[in-house]
Ligand binder design. Structure first.
Ligand code: 5GP
Length: 253
């Protein structure tokens, strides 16, 4: 069996060198972390669900012309993605007040926002991903003005797409986080949606009952996380029941 090269291991995923130049294999782990990894656990089946759900959202985005890094799913826990230069920002889009926005501004969770609000956090675990302004981003050279225009446009298009897809299955898209990466085609550089889109990086509430189907279930000890993510997958018709519990493949690093 060939040993493959690990490029990076994060809290929820491992990246391996892909089979062709310019590709990466993204492996979804079952590890769940919150509060900058101060709370952690292993949730059986989470990686399988996030692999499938991220495939579903990224494929949908590719199909409507929003470029993403997703190429194809390889197996239950892995997908082939295009390698890109990650912009060191978390791009957060909010439709309803929740989480850190509610805490910061004292707005009750669930309050509809007058329009989608886009925020940027500097990706740095040691600093706890602090909120930054476009002034910081420009001054420290994390992204150019052209990058920021493209990132804003991508973020709002992802919001339109995801809100619609979730609304169709009775789920409210409260907020989400994406990451963007630069790819180079000859003399041209463009931005694409990278990383993952899954209930780990979104807030998803049932439109009727307000039940949470996202990582807040883990962050706030609200119940079984796998059940919550499975409900999202079931409503979207993404995967049949009971396929998350299959044995994990042995990781070869
Ligand atoms: P908040 O700023 O309220 O904590 O998070 C806003 C949204 O961005 C939520 O949907 C949350 O899940 C997502 N988010 C913020 N930071 C991170 C992060 O470091 N990792 C992930 N997976 N999602 C994040």
């Amino acid at each position: 069996m060939a040993r493959r090269k690990k490029i990076y291991e994060g809290k929820g995923k491992i990246l391996y060198e892909g089979p062709e130049p310019g590709t990466i294999v993204q492996y979804f782990k079952d590890d769940a972390t919150a509060f900058n990894a101060q709370k952690r656990d292993v949730i059986d089946g989470k990686g399988v669900l996030n692999n499938r759900l991220s495939e579903f959202f990224m494929t949908g985005l590719n199909n409507i012309g929003v470029p993403t890094h997703f190429i194809r799913r390889l197996n239950m826990r892995e997908q082939l993605v295009r390698s890109c230069e990650i912009v060191p920002l978390e791009i957060i889009v909010r439709n309803f007040a929740a989480g850190s926005l509610s805490t910061r501004l004292g707005i009750e969770e669930g309050t509809p926002l007058p329009r989608p609000i886009v925020e940027y956090c500097y990706k740095d675990d040691k600093l706890g991903d602090p909120l930054v302004t476009e002034e910081h981003i420009a001054a420290f050279g994390w992204a150019s003005q052209q990058d920021m225009d493209d990132i804003l446009s991508l973020a709002l298009r992802v919001n339109d797409f995801l809100s619609g897809v979730m609304m169709a299955v009775g789920i409210r898209l409260v907020d989400f986080k994406i990451e963007c990466g630069r790819v180079y085609d000859g003399d041209f550089q463009r931005l694409i949606v990278a990383d993952e889109i899954s209930p780990d990086s979104c807030r998803l509430w049932d439109m009727e009952t307000g039940q949470k189907f996202d990582k807040d279930v883990f962050r706030r000890d609200l119940g079984n996380l796998t059940d919550a993510y499975t409900e999202v997958a079931r409503r979207l018709g993404v995967m049949p029941k009971n396929t998350t519990q299959m044995a994990k493949p042995t990781l070869i690093n």
